[in-house]
Design a protein around this ligand. Structure first.
Ligand code: PHE
Length: 452
């Protein structure tokens, strides 16, 4: 993220990198393949692709637009859209819920990212012939989870305090393309292995009877918003740092394209890799055909994939891959931490530094509670935040943009953008679409939860 002292991104590419950095993360490499594997492969992929286009893209634009108009934290940005006292109050509550949601997301996100850190270190231990250490790093345990969750949170806070321009932005620009190259190479390699074709057909041949399954729909809805970081205020905060002249539709298109490509590439590598691993004797499915340990699926499949390369290259590739993932997680976690931090800085007398420490300490405490009660809490927090809160917050944003934000003010925000013709078909349709179609779509899917 590159924010000038005036609170603006220094360049277009700086914004794209920060927003794509927020979008591309654990959700792409862990979340998407895991969801696709648990929810019927092709059926999930199909629903997800449709939802990204129909909901993810227009809602990401909406969130950025509201954030840029507000130029402040999500609670106040939402409030600025309304004129009447009651509407202002509700707006503020939606903003506050998004801040709480972001904070909670950061807890499980840090546990997950911690796994990527420990898996980046495990091959180092293996090369040093420290088998016991390597086993501790790779096996699921409270002690390992605790150490690496806290380490990751410390890393996030440290990077944020370091000044982000110099660090993360520069590194992401160089390293994210490398991640892409590794994913492409990984996918190509795995597709040449025996068993891979079965995975490929699971991924690309949808079972149409499952397309309207409640679980598939809810999973895809949550994944759409989670992957694009919509409905947590993260993009609203980044929008607040965005220049009024930038064309939000274009920027959103870049970010959505990058995010979806990385998710697809990850699935192209991991789903076939599951079947290759199974072919090689690793147990992936239980006897009834369901997935074993879906949360940790990626963490058994990927090392198996690297192992199959043999020699020293298996360790090096594992180190590089998991380090890149750690960085992808870091740029996402930074955008999440920015949500409560920006609120505290504006609402209290805390400096940025102290606010980020307070937020970090709070997240660390809640994350520890989750680590100690993993089976009860981990999945629950993910479901509550990503499948319930994020869609509802997005619904609130759509309703406020469509029904509450004064038309002239929205039109002014649209026209200020350079090279934008507010009378073009796209810019006339988008507010209408967000006003009518987005709320109906979100409501329909949520209703399915109660009816299905
Ligand atoms: N989009 C990120 C990912 O896919 C996670 C995230 C969610 C980031 C919400 C910010 C806000 O990993």
């Amino acid at each position: 993220m590159s924010v000038k002292s005036s609170g603006q991104f220094s360049s277009r590419i700086g914004f794209i990198m920060a927003a794509a950095g927020s979008a591309v993360g654990v959700g792409n490499i862990w979340g998407f393949p895991t969801q696709a594997a648990t929810h019927g492969g092709g059926a999930f992929l199909l629903v997800y692709a449709v939802l990204i286009l129909l909901l993810g893209f227009p809602m990401l634009m909406a969130e950025l637009m509201v954030g840029r108009h507000g130029q402040t934290n999500p609670a106040d940005a939402m409030t600025k859209l309304a004129n009447k006292p009651l509407a202002k109050k509700i707006a503020k509550s939606i903003g506050l819920v998004s801040i709480i949601t972001a904070t909670l997301i950061c807890t499980f996100y840090s546990i997950l990212s911690g796994w990527f850190v420990s898996f980046a270190l495990a091959p180092v231990a293996q090369m040093a012939n420290q088998a016991e250490v390597a086993a501790w790093l790779m096996d699921f345990s409270i002690s390992r989870n605790l150490v690496f969750t806290l380490l990751f949170i410390t890393l996030v806070i440290w990077v944020i305090r370091q000044g982000v321009q110099q660090g993360i932005e520069r590194w992401s620009k160089r390293l994210m393309p490398l991640l892409l190259v590794m994913l492409v190479a990984g996918a190509i390699y795995i597709l040449t292995q025996p068993g891979a074709m079965q995975g490929l057909s699971v991924l690309f041949v949808p079972d149409f009877s499952r397309v309207l399954d409640t679980e598939v729909l809810m999973g895809a809805l949550g994944q759409t918003f989670f992957s694009l970081s919509v409905g947590t205020g993260a993009m609203m905060v980044y929008g607040a740092y965005l220049n009024k002249r930038e064309n939000i539709a274009k920027l959103t298109a870049y970010v959505t394209l990058m995010d979806t490509s990385v998710a697809l590439l990850a699935a192209l590598m991991i789903i076939p890799a599951m079947y290759v691993a199974q072919h090689n004797g690793v147990q992936i499915f239980a006897d009834d055909g369901s997935l074993l340990n879906s949360d940790t699926l990626v963490f058994s499949v990927l090392p198996a994939l690297f192992d199959s390369l043999g020699g020293i290259s298996q360790y090096l590739l594992a180190i590089v891959f998991f380090s890149l993932m750690t960085i992808a997680g870091l740029t996402s976690a930074m955008s999440i931490v920015e949500v409560p931090t920006s609120y505290l800085v504006e609402k209290t007398s805390l400096t940025r530094n102290s606010a980020s420490l307070v937020v970090g300490a709070f997240i660390a405490t809640v994350a520890c509670v989750i680590v100690f009660n993993f089976n009860e809490l981990f999945g629950l927090i993910i479901t509550i935040t990503t499948e319930r809160a994020q869609p509802l917050i997005a619904l609130g944003i759509a309703i406020y943009l469509g029904w509450v934000w004064h038309r002239n003010s929205l039109l002014a925000a649209i026209s200020q953008q350079q090279g934008v013709d507010k009378d073009s078909y796209f810019w006339r349709m988008w507010p209408v679409y967000v006003k009518f179609v987005c709320p109906v779509l979100i409501c329909l899917i949520i209703m399915q939860l109660f009816l299905g």
